[in-house]
Design a protein around this ligand. Structure first.
Ligand SMILES: [Zn+2]
Length: 116
């Protein structure tokens, strides 16, 4: 599926990389909030620095996968989503300052240093 996808950001290994990155973002122990950050560069490599982009990629992969692998990936993504909601804060001004704030994972407070 990664090979056949026409999406620039989806390539062989991208799903694995996205899952690892999403997990890594949520890894810092404790309850301090985490803040997604913009990527320095928008190429398909660097853009994974932005965990919101990572979530975009996972969403698109889930959309394109056949039913069975989709259900499996969705389970993993949903578990991470639950932690993402816990560890990030809602941005009340998301519609003004976040790109694609209609996507719930993009309507969270961003900036600062990721690990706090
Ligand atoms: Zn780059």
């Amino acid at each position: 599926m990664e090979r056949l996808s026409g999406d620039y950001y989806i390539y062989p290994g991208a799903t694995e990389r996205a899952l690892r990155r999403y997990r890594g973002f949520l890894q810092p122990p404790g309850r301090r909030p985490l803040y997604p950050q913009d990527a320095e560069c928008s190429c398909r490599g660097c853009s994974f620095d932005d965990v919101r982009h990572v979530r975009d990629v996972l969403e698109e992969v889930v959309r394109q996968l056949p039913a069975r692998p989709r259900a499996e990936l969705e389970r993993q993504v949903r578990a991470l989503d639950a932690r993402y909601v816990e560890r990030t804060l809602p941005d009340p001004f998301a519609t003004h300052r976040q790109w694609r704030s209609d996507l719930w994972w993009r309507s969270r407070l961003a900036g600062g240093r990721e690990a706090g």
